[in-house]
Design a protein around this ligand. Sequence first.
Ligand SMILES: Nc1ncnc2c1ncn2[C@@H]1O[C@H](COP(=O)(O)OP(=O)(O)O)[C@@H](O)[C@H]1O
Ligand SMILES: [Mg+2]
Length: 310
Amino acid sequence: MRRIFDIEKGMQKNEAYTFRKKIHPEDRRIFDKAVIESIKKNESVTSEFRIICNSTIKYVSSIIYSSNREDDATILRGTVQDITDRKIAEQKLLEIKQLKSEHEKKLRDAIFLTKEREQKRIAQELHDDIGSSLTVIKFALHQLDLSDDKKSNLNNSLTAIIKKVRNLSNELSPSILEEFGLFNALRNLIETIKDSTPIVATFISNVSEIIGLNKDVEISIYRIVQELLTNILKYSNATTVDVSFNLGKDKIELTISDNGNGFIPSKQIFKKDSLGLMNIESRIEYIHATIKYKKNTPRGTIVKIEKKIQ
Ligand SMILES: Nc1ncnc2c1ncn2[C@@H]1O[C@H](COP(=O)(O)OP(=O)(O)O)[C@@H](O)[C@H]1O
Ligand SMILES: [Mg+2]
């Protein structure tokens, strides 16, 4: 103990005081608490604290035992172990962990960017190349030597395929977002639900144009709402969906509520194989926003997204 505390041999006056004085001022309470606890409970108590020897800091682990003597005095005994190396290794490990999670975040952000870019490329190919070629074929159809019936059938099939290609292209990379902005893109998502499903869908906004958000934020919000709406269609059995957008002075709020089965995702869901919710979490983190899932009354789910703006 003398070696660890760097205290010379030979009994001194107030020896206990000499040792205690070497404990880091911020950690003396830890030591005192351990002593008191050991006396009170009459059992051994382990504590960890720092000591200062020649202006370097050491970490120690100490076990204090107390026992009562017949004459009512209390004897305190203890052991001290130098755990500085272990503590430093632990701190290094923590730093490495932090670095790793920062690296993972950067990697995830890069994946989003790459994925979005790649989807855009495929969308353009579908729209400009395949879509245009199909349209050319459709117009060339009239020159073919076929019965009107056959022409009409072919024409209908081609029209349907062209529409599918256009929808697919738009789903991959929403050109409406780039051309007409987030407000119109969100409204379009709702319109599509209204037109193609029996669900009653509404979109309310306190502004008729959402400007000033950067492209990454816009596309992320769009993708999040797209995923939430897809989930509602797939799983909720809802008959109504309401999306509301509110542009405040210093934040935007987006609420998506349904009257379906209702679900509150737990962290376990995120960890399992539900990619959709996990991607939403990552995108939320990416744009520094927050997302909350609440129960709707009488049934269904309310999802609230908030993002601070300057
Ligand atoms: N609006 C909703 N209402 C009810 N259940 C939902 C809703 N959204 C998601 N869920 C549930 O959460 C699970 C995870 O969703 P998600 O991560 O998007 O995965 P995926 O859509 O690939 O199944 C779904 O399988 C579903 O059980
Ligand atoms: Mg999903």
